[in-house]
Design a protein around this ligand. Structure first.
Ligand code: NAD
Ligand code: ZN
Length: 360
């Protein structure tokens, strides 16, 4: 048995208003006046002076506003890298992602690809990245995915939706300022928050579970329950605590894995473009067989916040389309092994997955 030696986020700042310190955090990392910092910022903040006036632009630094309407694609990463190389005298001193999981993943992927040859799709998988990334900073503005702490950046490529999992992926610096999440719309808050809840359930009920993952997973689950089940916290406490739940949920899956909901939601996302948070909810709602207690709790939270999930997504799909989703889901072997055990192939048949997808 060989134990994995995982990297972690090197530095982290936590606190309401800590975003104001961004300049002092990054300035020592500037390599040259012609080597800019590139801020990759969610388009939702364009024109929002409360946030953008605090982005510390100097010299040739640039802000790139990017829409999070679609999740990151390998081609999008390659184009961004090309644009950054063409438009700047020197390679950037750093990449700073300000946004949700979509933007954080883009920032991670761009920082890797600035120092590695070829297309980003070549690096989808485990430990394929050769050179360390450019210095990169993550500033989450919505909580739940754990992308701020994880060792992966999830990209949809020509052949699959799969992360670039590598020792060079985690951020060098993260700024956890819960105040930045104050304007997240309620539905999105629920969907992305449920991503964290589902990380906990999949990790805590997986065969890969160990004391490391359990300690983080249990804390994250406790916080999720306080926020979404009890719901007695002030807005500020709920924002603070969800940000830490996301962090712990991400740490929990670092040393284990996610499970059935993620595997199947990757299939939905690949074929239909269903976003991660809502896709996980749509799938998880039908997984009582695998996660009875977690699904019961989920239904309770759905009820409390009066969430009606979309249905009938797979109603008109052809057999060929079902096959595409099933192939994507089944290709995520570690997720199934974690969820069901070493003999998962005997239990998780194509027919079983099709029957589950047909309910969604
Ligand atoms: P997101 O980044 O896709 O954003 C969702 C929506 O919320 C967008 O419309 C965005 O503009 C909006 N938004 C974000 N912050 C806001 C704010 N403060 N105020 C108002 N609106 C705001 O959402 P997400 O759920 O955080 O991220 C999903 C992505 O994360 C997927 O691409 C998924 O693959 C990825 N992911 C990555 C990891 C990882 O470990 N790398 C883990 C889980 C999910
Ligand atoms: Zn997730």
């Amino acid at each position: 048995m060989k134990f994995k030696n995982y990297p972690m986020v090197a530095r982290v700042v936590f606190g309401r208003g800590s975003f104001n310190q961004l300049e002092e955090l990054i300035e020592p990392k500037r390599l040259h006046v012609d080597a800019p910092f590139i801020f990759i910022v969610d388009n939702v903040f364009k024109g929002n002076a409360w946030l953008t006036s605090r982005i510390p632009i100097k010299y040739d630094d640039k802000i790139l506003y990017i829409s999070a309407d679609e999740e990151p694609k390998t081609q999008q990463v390659d184009e961004l890298v090309e644009k950054i190389i063409v438009n700047n005298k020197l390679k950037p001193s750093g990449i700073i992602g300000i946004g949700g999981g979509t933007i954080l993943d883009l920032a991670k992927a761009v920082s890797i690809m600035l120092n590695n040859k070829g297309d980003s799709s070549q690096y989808q998988g485990w430990d394929l990245v050769k050179n360390p990334a450019v210095y990169h900073v993550g500033v989450p503005t919505i909580s739940g995915t754990g992308a701020e702490v994880s060792r992966t950046t999830v990209l949809t490529g020509p052949e699959r939706k799969l992360g670039i999992n590598s020792d060079y992926t985690p951020f060098d610096q993260v700024v956890l300022d819960p105040e930045l999440t104050k304007d997240v719309p309620k539905l999105q808050w629920f969907y992305t928050g449920m991503d964290c809840f589902i990380h906990c359930i999949e990790s805590l009920n997986g065969t890969y579970l160990n004391a490391f993952s359990q300690s983080y997973g249990e804390k994250a689950l406790e916080l999720c329950k306080a926020i979404f089940v009890d719901g007695n916290l002030t807005d500020q406490d709920a924002q603070d605590q969800l940000m830490m739940a996301s962090w712990h949920g991400g740490m929990s899956i670092a040393y284990s894995q996610v499970g059935v909901a993620h595997a199947m939601s990757y299939g939905l996302s690949y074929l239909l473009g269903t976003r991660h948070g809502i896709g996980n909810c749509i799938v998880f709602d039908h997984l009582e067989e695998f996660y009875p207690e977690g699904v019961a709790l989920f239904k309770q939270m759905k009820e409390k916040y009066q969430i009606t999930l979309p249905s009938g997504l797979c109603k008109y799909l052809s057999d060929k389309e079902f096959d595409i989703m099933i192939n994507v889901a089944l290709s995520l072997e570690p997720l199934w092994e974690n969820a069901v055990g070493k003999n998962w192939k005997k239990i998780i048949t194509r027919a079983k997955l099709k029957a589950l997808y047909q309910k969604m």
